[in-house]
Design a protein around this ligand. Structure first.
Ligand code: SF4
Ligand code: SF4
Length: 141
């Protein structure tokens, strides 16, 4: 859960921004719903996982979500895509994906810029984004 030069931990524990910057924020690749052949494999888990992250991002105030709204929360940073639509294996999903700027990576968190990582200020991220540290961290202590 973190973007390029950011990721992981603040007051919650150790940090290794250099490692995360080198990695490019792989843990922000939340919605990786295609296999190596490009086939959709999200049927069994993706909708529930999207809901989980919408809840996390709305609980921390980064997103405002209602029946009719899906927009920037307190930090004023607009999400790059709506995973509920950007992963639909339907014509509606395809049209939505085609409408997004080419550089938007829908496999990543809606707040993850492909070059600069997480666009949210640290204190506006979901708590898990500050607590997560992947296995790579074990090698560097
Ligand atoms: S909120 Fe930021 S740190 Fe958390 S998953 Fe999204 S891009 Fe990564
Ligand atoms: S926690 Fe791991 S996967 Fe996430 S950005 Fe850091 S090194 Fe990459």
């Amino acid at each position: 859960m973190t973007g390029a030069a950011t990721a992981c931990v603040d007051e919650h524990g150790p940090r290794n921004d250099e490692l995360c910057a080198r990695c490019g924020g792989l843990c922000c690749c939340l919605y990786l719903a295609h296999d190596e052949n490009g086939d959709y494999i999200g049927d069994e888990w993706l909708p529930q996982y999207i809901d989980l992250w919408l809840q996390r991002l709305s609980d921390c105030g980064a997103l405002v979500i209602t029946d009719t709204r899906y927009e920037a929360g307190a930090a004023g940073i607009a999400p790059l895509h709506d995973p509920r639509i950007s992963h639909l294996p339907t014509p509606e999903g395809a049209a939505y994906r085609a409408s997004l700027p080419e550089w938007v990576d829908v496999m990543k968190c809606q707040f993850c810029h492909p070059e600069s990582g997480c666009m949210l200020p640290r204190d506006s991220r979901a708590p898990i984004c500050g607590e997560f540290a992947c296995d790579l961290w074990e090698d560097v202590g």
